[in-house]
Design a protein around this ligand. Structure first.
Ligand SMILES: CC(C)(COP(=O)(O)OP(=O)(O)OC[C@H]1O[C@@H](n2cnc3c(N)ncnc32)[C@H](O)[C@@H]1OP(=O)(O)O)[C@@H](O)C(=O)NCCC(=O)NCCS
Length: 288
């Protein structure tokens, strides 16, 4: 087995290959998580990242992403013993770092506990939600608003909509260049990137879905509605419209991973209101 490391952001496709090859409903990450998290943040934070790959017989069997003191890792379940190598690598970089996994990823939980990490039960967490696409509600928007998918040349409007939706949580740092990176990262498809266009032409609400065609499952990430347009059903409608497009593209189900703790209940209320049902949660492991 060999290990190699990449500095910066140039690893998305190799990371996604392992995610897709080993994905199951018990996986923390979907190919869309890797696409979104790496693409939207690489311009501002990529130079602090380290990414290591463990390869055996020409196949990647594990990777770890240190950003810089939080570890994300994916390990082939058939090679669970490599989890210890990933954690050791991270621990050498950051002896006091943290790592989050899905509670269902029991092999990773075992490896973290063996390395001296403990669950932080007070930390924010994310709850996986799933919806089958066989029985979706109908998206409805108020008169004058229009539902459609974004176009590849609408990067600036798309980025402005994202910044507006997150503006009341602190100024969003996402730039037009960050959004351009998102929109050129596999498996982005503008046909699955939906917007509600307001009467003045602004994008009032948006919902982006990443489609893993091997597993027939989409990941909704992210959804937003600008404060001025909230509580009119726009986020629900744009989400449903994107889910219809996902079903038309051949997927059977979709998932979304909103905060599960009570400090941020809004997003999960939205997703549950359109039929997503909660499943496993993530857990943060820290070394004390
Ligand atoms: C979460 C968010 C997208 C909701 O947008 P919205 O257009 O106001 O949502 P909708 O009007 O479509 O709401 C649909 C349902 O979601 C739930 N919901 C939405 N906002 C809520 C809130 N502030 N409190 C409680 N429930 C809420 C309700 O069940 C609502 O139905 P109702 O209005 O009939 O009660 C918006 O507040 C936002 O952009 N927040 C910041 C970004 C974010 O958290 N995105 C989601 C995580 S990726």
């Amino acid at each position: 087995m060999q290990r190699y490391e990449l500095a910066g952001a140039d690893a998305v496709r190799a990371m996604q290959e392992l995610v897709q090859r080993t994905w199951s409903p018990r996986s923390r990450l979907h190919v869309g998580d890797v696409a979104w998290e790496r693409a939207v943040n690489s311009g501002r934070r990529g130079d602090t990242w380290r990414t290591a790959f463990w390869e055996d017989g020409g196949q990647v069997v594990a990777w770890g992403w240190a950003e810089p003191d939080h570890l994300s890792l994916v390990v082939d379940p058939g090679r669970a013993e490599v989890a210890g190598d990933v954690i050791n690598w991270f621990q050498d970089l950051h002896p006091d770092g943290a790592c989050s996994v899905l509670e269902d990823e029991t092999q990773l939980v075992d490896a973290l506990e063996k390395a001296g990490y403990q669950a932080d039960d007070e930390a924010p967490f994310f709850t996986h939600h799933r919806i089958e696409l066989s029985d979706l509600g109908t998206p409805v928007v108020p008169d004058g608003f229009m539902l459609r998918h974004a176009k590849p040349d609408e990067v600036q409007k798309r980025a402005a909509a994202h910044r507006a939706a997150w503006s009341d949580l602190g100024p969003s740092k996402v730039t037009d260049e960050d959004m351009a990176a998102v929109m050129s990262t596999w498996p982005y498809e503008s046909e699955l990137d939906w917007v509600v266009e307001a009467p003045n032409g602004e994008f009032a609400a948006t919902a982006l879905i990443w489609h893993d065609k091997v597993h027939g499952i989409g990941l909704v990430e992210p959804v937003g509605c600008a404060p001025a347009y909230r509580r009119q059903g726009l986020a629900a409608a744009v989400n449903l419209a994107a889910l219809h497009a996902l079903r038309d593209a051949g997927a059977k189900a979709a998932m979304v991973c909103p905060r599960g703790d009570d400090a941020y209940p809004t997003a999960r209320a939205l997703y549950q209101s359109i039929g997503f049902r909660p499943g496993a949660r993530s857990k943060l492991y820290v070394r004390r």
